[in-house]
Design a protein around this ligand. Structure first.
Ligand code: PLP
Length: 425
């Protein structure tokens, strides 16, 4: 057997994997040209300017047209998109919102920033929200569900929507990590009542920052636009609705997208389909090598074989010690893998676990709920377990045949060298 690099053997690769920032690594002349055009027009603001290039508006039209919804609103970040979506739905003080235990802090943070309180649902072996846990965490103070397709793997939308409809509450899909993923042929983000996207650099396509809110409901869209723009609705002609009466006014934020960002993102959006196809092909190449050589290696359950992105290869190791050892040994082979969120449920982040917002006292956690919200480490036991032993291999769209051979060889070597198979029951 070959000596592992952690034991002084020759690493499977001589250099680290290319960085997995799919959108950023294909930035080029197209983005540079679009950005320069906005600068030359001296018109970087979306709603007025001397020769407004309307880059943000055309980005919105592209997004809506491609994903198949009537309304898309570009905003300044994925977090802003979540806050705008929650505000559009009227979520606020005294409301609870179901959030999956496996997600980025922004999902739960946006709920708290809207003065509502997150309640955490457990996950299943897809590493996404377990629809079977909704009943347990639901009570009639819950006013919405947020589901999160994790690292390219869609959520199980049919049972989630069925539960939400049975209780008469809306669903927000936080698609920050999965732009372009599909569930049963439909874009993730278009299944629920509102979808939110992020264009931060660690996502699929990027302008450094950016986000979008999508919906089919004109009423929600109008509220989303207003909240993101100081209560204003400036595009009455474009949409044929939106009124100036005193009843529709409310205080808002500034989460607008700049034309500079919109121009870059329009070019990134053009590249999205090809990027996702390259990534998916690479995922299949890695997968086909590993399943033949390592039949005992367990993978996270893929919810939609055709629709998942393949942007990360998720492996469920037998124990958390095995996962840590696997990660460590692969790093020495120059194959960077990771545990998502340090392998811990989002509610273990101190701001949630200790129920702290930026407000005085314990607002909004102080609301006198009929069923008080308390967090314990063990409240989502499958998240505690599965997150601690799921190792992800990033799959870049730019992997070469050689990269893939080296990755597969290194993973097989490490899996066998650490005798992980002997731990599988
Ligand atoms: C990154 C991310 C966000 C936040 O997006 P930003 O653009 O960084 O604000 C929200 N939800 C999830 C699941 C994310 O991964």
């Amino acid at each position: 057997m070959e000596t592992l690099a952690i034991h002084g053997g020759k690493p499977a690769r001589s250099t680290p994997l290319p960085p997995n920032y799919p959108g950023a690594v294909v930035m080029g002349e197209e983005e540079a040209g679009a950005l320069a055009a906005v600068i030359r027009a001296q018109s970087p603001f979306r709603y007025y300017g001397p020769n407004a290039p309307q880059a943000v508006q055309s980005l919105e039209d592209r997004i809506a047209g491609d994903i198949g919804v009537p309304y898309a609103l570009a905003v300044s970040s994925g977090t802003a998109a979540l806050i705008v979506a929650l505000k559009a739905l009227g979520i606020g003080y005294g409301d609870k919102v179901i959030v999956p235990a496996n997600t980025f802090v922004a999902t739960a943070g946006a709920v708290v920033c809207c003065n509502a309180v997150p309640v955490f649902a457990d996950i299943d072996d897809s590493l996404g929200l377990d629809p079977g846990d909704l009943e347990r965490v639901y009570d009639d103070e819950v006013k919405a569900i947020i589901c999160v397709p994790i690292l390219g793997n869609p959520c199980e939308m049919d049972p989630i929507m069925a539960f939400a409809r049975s209780q008469g509450i809306p669903v927000i899909e936080d698609v920050a990590q999965s732009c372009g993923a599909k569930y049963k042929g439909h874009w993730c983000g278009t299944y629920g009542d509102i979808g939110t996207f992020s264009f931060q650099m660690n996502k699929i396509i990027t302008a450094g920052e950016g986000g979008a809110v999508v919906t089919s409901a004109p009423g929600l869209f109008e509220r989303a636009v207003r909240y993101h723009d100081q209560g204003l609705f400036r595009d009455k002609e474009r949409y044929g609705f939106g009124s100036d009466d005193a009843d529709s006014a409310f205080a808002g934020q500034n989460y607008r997208m700049s034309e500079l960002i919109g121009a870059v993102l329009s070019e990134q959006w053009n590249k999205l389909g090809a990027l996702n196809r390259m990534t998916k092909a690479n995922w299949h190449s890695v997968h086909s090598r590993l399943i033949t050589e390592l039949p005992a290696l367990r993978h996270r359950r893929i919810i939609d074989e055709d629709g998942h992105l393949g942007s990360n290869y998720g492996m469920i190791l037998p124990t958390k010690e095995a996962a840590a050892a696997f990660n460590h040994a692969l790093a020495a082979e120059n194959i960077g893998t990771f545990l998502l969120y340090c392998g811990k449920p989002v509610y273990m982040a101190p701001q949630f676990f200790r129920q702290r917002s930026a407000e005085r006292g314990s607002f909004p956690f102080d609301y006198p709920f009929a069923q008080p919200v308390r967090y314990t480490e063990a409240m989502c036991p499958r998240a505690v377990d599965l997150m601690s032993r799921t190792v992800y291999l990033p799959i870049s769209p730019l992997l070469t045949e050689t990269d893939i051979e080296e990755i597969a060889a290194g993973m097989i070597k490490v899996y066998r060298g650490l005798c992980i198979e002997s731990l599988v029951e």
